[in-house]
Design a protein around this ligand. Structure first.
Ligand code: SAM
Length: 332
């Protein structure tokens, strides 16, 4: 067991560690060294795993966005925070999307051989029509040619302030996986996406509401990170990309304020290793939330930071969601 894992079993040493990590990250950002920060303990996945992950993500967008797999022709898609590879974006192009743009707050220095392996394997996973559609973007040996026409990639800019760097200003579909929990200002990010969304456009976001190992890495309760006071939590995380702690109610309220029609499915409960199958629009104690988890949440309630303490136990138990949000077709 690493020293860091052992440290994460203790609340205050973990807080001190995160504060110093954040200060280092802030200093780097101020020096203009905007770099990729990877999730705790993360390394590059095996190429085949990455391709399988993107298949799962893409199929998740179709299923939970209730998208017709045959209706991609002409679609303009924006992917937020693709991370190390562009497999999800390429899958949309392979399915017939007209153009896909990607925007990511960080830049990544990736081993070109790894990248080629990923894209070569992806070509083997998208069928003949998909390969034909990708022919001018991915060579048979996996060389990627983001031409800026059908595939545009903007790096080093968050969605909140980087939207003007995108060539298209209007998208039919905006998607993300495991990104919205990392944005520093969720309201600003959703406003920026709403401005880019065409009337009648749709957003589908898969969001991980867990603590990303901050305390659970040391075996502590999945809600331990919600006990930290707002100002201290900012001091720990303002420049590291650690989770922003927004819960389901924030997504519902912010999107309703933008006039969207919103539906949210819960994908994960209590930080479980396995997601719910199927995802649920509602979860209940005694069903998806087992009674022991509910009791442990109630025992923590008195220690939760003020904005989390009044939330219903089911909302606190939900640790993963898919948000489907559609913009009205005409201005109200
Ligand atoms: C956990 S990674 C997920 C990457 C990829 N979507 C996946 O599922 O493997 C989060 C990604 O979101 C990006 N990100 C964080 N904040 C962002 C923002 N405000 N705008 C755009 N991208 C952002 C990060 O740089 C990172 O690439």
């Amino acid at each position: 067991m690493s020293l860091l894992t052992r440290l994460r079993a203790f609340k205050w040493p973990t807080i001190a560690y995160e504060v110093q990590r954040n200060l280092v990250s802030r200093a780097r950002e101020r020096r203009g060294e905007l770099r990729a920060t990877t999730a705790l303990g993360a390394t590059l996945d095996k190429p085949a795993k990455r391709v399988a992950y993107s298949r799962n993500a893409f199929e998740g967008f179709l299923e939970h966005g209730r998208l017709d797999p045959d209706a991609h022709t002409g679609l303009r898609v924006l992917e937020l925070g693709p991370g190390e590879d562009l497999c999800v974006a390429l899958r949309f192009l392979a399915a017939g999307a007209a153009r896909v743009s990607c925007i990511d707050r960080f830049s990544f220095q990736i081993d070109p051989a790894w990248e080629r392996d990923v894209y070569r394997l992806l070509l083997g996973d998208v069928g003949k029509d998909g390969r034909d559609r990708l022919a001018d973007i991915v060579s048979p040996d996996g060389e990627l040619r983001a031409d800026g026409e059908r595939l545009e990639v903007v790096r080093g800019a968050g969605i909140e302030d980087g939207a003007e760097r995108l060539r298209d200003r209007s998208f039919d579909l905006i998607v993300s996986v495991a990104v919205l929990e990392h944005v520093y200002d969720l309201a600003a990010a959703l406003r920026a996406m709403n401005a880019l969304l065409a009337p009648g456009g749709l957003m589908v976001h898969q969001v991980d509401l867990r603590d990303h190992g901050m305390f659970t890495g040391g075996g502590r309760h999945p809600l331990e990170f919600l006990t930290i006071d707002e100002r201290l939590y900012r001091l720990m995380t303002s420049h590291t990309g650690a989770p922003n702690r927004e819960r389901i109610c924030a997504y519902r309220e912010l999107l309703a304020d933008l006039g969207h029609e919103v539906s949210i499915e819960v994908t994960n409960v209590g930080g479980a290793r396995e997601n719910l199958a199927p995802y649920r629009e509602r979860i209940a104690v005694g069903a998806e939330v087992d009674r022991a988890l509910a009791a442990s949440i109630e025992r923590m309630r008195g220690r939760l930071a003020p904005r989390f303490a009044p939330l219903p136990v089911e909302e606190l138990a939900a640790t993963g969601i898919v948000v489907r949000s559609s913009k009205a077709s005409t201005a109200a």
